[in-house]
Design a protein around this ligand. Structure first.
Ligand SMILES: Nc1nc2c(ncn2[C@@H]2O[C@H](COP(=O)(O)OP(=O)(O)OP(=O)(O)O)[C@@H](O)[C@H]2O)c(=O)[nH]1
Ligand SMILES: [Mg+2]
Length: 442
């Protein structure tokens, strides 16, 4: 069974307690306080793992608990840190809090998020020494780790997604163009779980195409498999709307509009996603009638006028006419033309214009504590950028040395180091904060 939702109970580790101890050495009659600090508790961390298909593994083990930090000891020894619990989840996993607010989106392989922070270790008594209190018996208890109930949901990422009535040939098409082998059979709802296929467009260019169950008129009212699976289409950049070319033109066009209406009822933005119309089953039309039939389809769709359903359908750049792609999954005719159309239409990854969006592809998230700021560690070509920190202004104004010091204190305090290392930070890399650039020294 394909699991695309799971509730998890996460508990980060408690920080270790600070120690109360005094130096006891020969010839040092009243040794000062020497209680070490407790180690920080372990955090619960999610990592997007490309080898996982769904959320079944976390569904079976929904209680995710990280280790506690160890207590400090005498002789100023700091307690060991609790080990982080690192949980692999499929790429495309999103984390929602109890109000269903999206707090983390693990959209790229390797993306990492701390979802529950370990408690800070308590300070040992040596930190409580003052001029008047030379022998403090005070030490701090370790902080509690965060405990949360969260929901994980999987929204598969694909360059293109197939869309159409049940039994129309969507899975057959995915078998034809990709390495995936979804089940094909002559009855509706053969496909009940989403399937991702990889399509080779060129030697060094691959795209992913998603096959989902068929959609029916009235799906919003629960007809067929309903609409839940449409969540997976939300993150496809392009829709391949499959139409049965062997039907009467009016019937097929009415079906096309019905599917569009279901999409629009589900989500306006999804209905307006760029779309390619694929006319399948052309093998069932006698060869001499095909050109005429394709023209009739094109005319009927053009005749719909300026309706939302047609607004983002692929058009010929020069003539402005709709481009319908005729194929037969039975004979393979038209399939090469379809893949070359995909190669032309699906944007190259480099061509994504928005710099923020590009950065987001490398996103490593650290959700803020309740009410706190959202600090994010991003990777770009030349280094690591930290955004959303409250110290940005201070770093901006500080002298070089002081900026470095502020930054390192902050990184330590918020325990950003493991995230930065996962984001690719190595010795010598540049850490950017605002328009300040600081060399990374660890
Ligand atoms: N003649 C002909 N038959 C086709 C073509 N494409 C698919 N079929 C047949 O149509 C039937 C349904 O194909 P599927 O690929 O399972 O259709 P689907 O849209 O994935 O169906 P669901 O998963 O149930 O929504 C199968 O019997 C296929 O062999 C085609 O181009 N020509
Ligand atoms: Mg299918």
């Amino acid at each position: 069974m394909f699991s695309d939702r799971a509730t998890i109970y996460v508990a980060a580790g408690r920080g270790g307690d600070g120690a109360v101890a005094f130096r006891r050495e020969k010839f040092v009659p009243r040794g000062g306080p020497s209680g070490g600090d407790g180690g920080n508790g372990g955090s619960v961390v999610l990592v997007a793992d490309a080898s996982l298909r769904d959320l079944t593994a976390v569904r079976h083990h929904p209680h995710l608990t990280a280790d506690d930090g160890h207590g400090g000891e005498g002789s100023n020894r700091t307690g060991a840190m609790g080990v982080d619990l690192v949980v692999p989840v499929p790429v495309g996993t999103q984390v929602l809090d109890e109000e269903e607010t999206l707090i983390v989106d693990l959209a790229k392989p390797g993306a990492t998020a701390i979802i529950a922070h370990g408690g800070r270790g308590g300070s040992g008594n040596r930190r409580f020494r003052t001029a008047v209190r030379q022998a403090p018996r005070t030490a701090e208890l370790g902080g509690l780790g965060e405990e949360l109930t969260l929901t994980l949901q999987l929204k598969l990422l694909a360059d293109a997604a197939l869309l159409g009535f049940p039994n129309i040939g969507k899975s057959s098409l995915l078998r034809r163009i990709s390495n995936a082998k979804p089940k094909v059979a002559d009855y509706p709802f053969t496909t009940i779980e989403p399937v991702l296929g990889v399509v080779d467009l060129a030697v060094d260019r691959q795209i992913t195409v998603l096959d989902v169950p068929g959609l029916l008129e009235g799906a919003a009212e629960g007809h067929g498999l309903g609409l839940d699976f449409l969540a997976h289409l939300e993150r496809a950049r392009l829709l391949l709307h499959v139409v049965d070319a062997s039907l009467e033109v009016e019937e097929a066009v009415a079906g096309f509009v019905a599917i569009h209406t279901e999409l629009a009822n589900y989500q306006e933005a999804l209905a307006l996603r760029p779309r390619i119309i694929v006319l399948n089953r052309i093998d069932l039309i006698p060869e001499e009638d095909r050109a005429e039939r394709i023209r009739a389809f094109t005319d009927a769709l053009t005749g719909l006028g300026d309706v939302p359903a047609m607004r983002n359908v692929l058009r010929d750049e020069e003539t402005g006419a709709f481009v319908l792609v005729p194929v037969s999954c039975a004979t393979g005719e038209g399939v090469p033309e379809l893949t070359s159309t995909l190669a032309r239409v699906v944007p190259e990854p480099e061509a994504v214009p928005d710099v923020e969006e590009q950065l987001a592809q490398y996103l490593v998230y650290r959700p803020g504590r309740a009410g706190g700021s959202q600090v994010r560690v991003l990777r770009d070509e030349t280094g690591v950028r930290i955004v959303g920190t409250p110290i940005e202004d201070a770093v901006q104004k500080a002298t070089d040395d002081y900026a470095q010091q502020l930054l390192w204190e902050y990184i330590e305090e918020r325990r950003l180091l493991p995230l930065m290392v996962r984001a690719g930070a190595k010795k010598g890399i540049i850490v950017k904060i605002g328009d300040r650039e600081v060399p990374f020294r660890v």
